[in-house]
Design a protein around this ligand. Structure first.
Ligand code: C2E
Ligand code: MG
Ligand code: MG
Length: 634
């Protein structure tokens, strides 16, 4: 019996011991499981982040990146629902980038939902913040966690419905690091992709106008070319545009104004084209249009006309009205073109040829233009060297006073003695010199040359003290801020009184003068230099504006003088211009007087001065000396 009792006790003892051990074992197992869950989670997180970083090397946009990212996370972390959000542009609510495992809201927007920044964890049905509440409603997952980065407005959400530890991972606060690290990776990768895309965009777009740049335009051209090889009857054209006189706007109103004009021009250009056309800024004031899939090849001409029309109205630049026009060259697709560059080059050549028509025009490329272009380029190269090689000369054309026929002065006219082509007159190269800016150094040389000739003549023929020389000044020279100082220095060096110098400015220059914010004109006149309007009547100067400008002389353009003795109408025109000039207190010079009849008529009309082949042709400097001597003794 005793023995039995002992056995009972022993059994109880061992039973208790076993229970205890069992409890301890269960505890150990639980601890092990928990530890293993931690290890597993750490491993899975590390694996997830590694995998996510791989996405960095895959070419995806942000929406697709979000999708692949969530799929990766879902697999790695055994999550049931996942979603990525971005704070909406207006700052209220979130826009869904992507969702898995639940039905997202119809518009993909959580409207008017706010989210506190940082990590948020919920393991019960209670929802503490708006974001949690909204997602609980949508995903119906009681266990969820999410993180929100306020800096980029990005939120990452994971949710689970199951409680079973074996099947699904049950989240707890220890998951904060995992989800925050995952969100970080996404933001990093997405941000880098955004920057990359921006860089790629910038590399192919013009910063000022946002238009495709030259590289992208050529790419489009090449594509169009490949298409035209494949598809019979597919035609397209390239329009090459260059703003007329843009440099003048830039130099006179400043670069900021120039930029504004370019932007406004780009907008009008886009409005004139059809949706499928590619508009590009090639650089500077050069633009191009790829007019795609034209049914009628003449459509390109119509497009050019539409562009001219769109430029009729002035632009508002910095509160000022600026008129701008463009020269347009057109080249049509053809089999002979090897690549886009070829086609663009021909459109460029056609543009040059349109420029020669005086601006605001367009021309279709033809192969003759090539030849012209090549010789023009040659001439440009030659002109660059003309200064150093001392090929430039000055010719002086006498100007007489009509009242008594006496010699009063000369107009200095530039001549270029080309080694092969002989003497070239300025009409053939001045516009080129203006475009390339060469007119500035050439003008300086000319000023210096003329001043030293005039200084010598005044010294050697003191009785000619009242004599003047008139100098043509191009717009590019005049708008130099230091123009008055340059003139001062030249006068001083050659010891020429300011009263012996006259400057001829163009009508166009003077029309724009009031917009230049320049005080060059009054400064020149203060010194006693007189100012003449050259080729008067060919521009559009209004009387009222002329009246306000400090001008001494009108040079009546030779086109009016040419047949005033044969045409009643021209005679009347000259008479009117003279009356007007006299009423404004200006002296008048008739240019291009070729016949005695004209000379006599002008004298009768009380014109002050005359210049022309009837009196004398432009003379070399040494012949001027002879002339001064003869008249002196005669
Ligand atoms: P412009 O200032 O109106 O010069 C008068 C032009 O008419 C000169 O042509 C002259 O040779 C020409 N001419 C003179 N008398 C007669 C005539 O009786 N009949 C005809 N048919 N023509 C006559 P040129 O030398 O060829 O100069 C052409 C233009 O080039 C000038 O017109 C002027 O605008 C510009 N130019 C000339 N020299 C310079 C210069 O040094 N600088 C600048 N910026 N422009 C210049
Ligand atoms: Mg002149
Ligand atoms: Mg003239």
């Amino acid at each position: 019996m005793n023995h039995n009792n002992d056995t009972e006790r022993e059994r109880d003892y061992y039973r208790a011991l076993c229970n205890d051990l069992g409890g301890q074992l269960l505890k150990i197992r639980d601890e092990h499981t928990r530890a293993m869950a931690g290890v597993r989670r750490a491993r899975m997180t590390a694996a997830l982040i590694r995998r996510l970083y791989h996405l960095d090397h895959v070419n995806l946009d942000v929406a697709n990146l979000a999708r692949v990212f969530l799929e990766t996370a879902l697999n790695a972390l055994t999550v049931e629902c996942a979603a990525l959000f971005r704070l909406d542009d207006n700052g209220h609510g979130f826009r869904l980038l992507h969702a898995i495992g639940f039905t997202p809201p119809a518009e993909g927007i959580l409207a008017d939902v706010r989210a506190p920044a940082g990590f948020h964890f919920h393991s019960s049905a209670s929802a503490e913040d708006e974001f949690s509440a909204e997602l609980k409603r949508l995903a119906d997952a009681p266990f969820h966690l999410w993180a929100y980065d306020a800096g980029t407005g990005t939120a990452l959400y994971f949710g689970n419905r199951e409680e079973d530890l074996q099947l699904r991972q049950r989240f707890d606060a220890a998951d904060a690091e995992a989800i925050e690290a995952a969100l970080d990776v996404f933001i990093n990768v997405a941000e880098r992709k955004r920057v990359e895309r921006q860089l790629v965009h910038d590399a192919f777009h013009d910063g000022l106008t946002g238009l495709p740049n030259r590289a992208l335009f050529i790419e489009h051209l090449d594509q169009a070319m490949r298409r035209s090889v494949r598809a019979d009857g597919y035609v397209f054209s390239v329009l090459f545009l260059d703003l007329d006189r843009f440099k003048l706007v830039n130099d006179s109103l400043g670069h900021a104004a120039g930029d504004e004009l370019l932007k406004a021009f780009a907008e009008r250009l886009e409005q004139s084209t059809r949706p499928g056309d590619i508009v590009s800024r090639l650089g500077g004031d050069e633009f191009a249009v790829l007019a795609d899939d034209l049914h009628n090849p003449d459509d390109a001409i119509h497009l050019a006309e539409r562009i001219h029309n769109a430029l009729q109205d002035p632009f508002d630049v910095d509160g000022q009205q600026v008129f701008s026009s463009a020269s347009i060259g057109i080249a049509k697709s053809a089999e002979r073109y090897k690549d886009g560059e070829d086609l663009l080059r021909d459109a460029d050549i056609a543009m040059y040829s349109a420029k020669e028509l005086g601006g605001a025009s367009h021309r279709l490329f033809d192969s003759d233009m090539h030849v012209v272009m090549v010789s023009r380029l040659q001439l440009e190269t030659d002109l660059r060297q003309a200064l150093e090689r001392e090929e430039l000369r000055v010719a002086y054309q006498p100007i007489v006073e009509l009242r008594n026929g006496q010699l009063r002065g000369f107009e200095a006219l530039l001549r270029w003695r080309h080694p092969l082509k002989g003497s070239i007159r300025p009409r053939e190269f001045i516009s080129m010199a203006e475009e390339t800016g060469l007119v500035v150094p050439i003008g300086r040389w000319l000023l210096w040359r003329v001043m030293s000739d005039l200084g010598e003549w005044l010294r050697d023929f003191p009785e000619r003290a009242g004599m003047f020389v008139s100098l043509n000044v191009s717009d590019r020279e005049f708008i130099q801020p230091e123009f008055a100082e340059i003139i001062d220095a030249a006068l001083a060096e050659a010891n020429v009184p300011a009263g012996a110098l006259e400057l001829e400015l163009t009508e166009r220059m003077l029309m724009h003068y009031s917009k230049l914010r320049s005080d060059t004109l009054p400064r020149l006149r203060e010194r006693g230099i007189s100012i003449a309007i050259d080729d008067f009547g060919t521009g559009y100067s209004s009387l009222s504006r002329l009246q306000r400008l400090p001008i001494d002389k009108l040079k009546i353009d030779q086109s009016f003088i040419r047949d005033m003795d044969r045409s009643e109408e021209n005679y009347e025109l000259v008479r009117t211009i003279l009356a007007m000039g006299q009423s404004l207190g200006m002296r008048c010079v008739a240019e291009g007087v070729e016949r005695r009849e004209q000379y006599d008529q002008l004298r009768e009309l009380n014109c002050d001065f005359a210049q022309g082949f009837f009196i004398a042709k432009p003379l070399a400097a040494h012949r001027v000396r002879t002339l001064l001597e003869i008249r002196e003794t005669a």
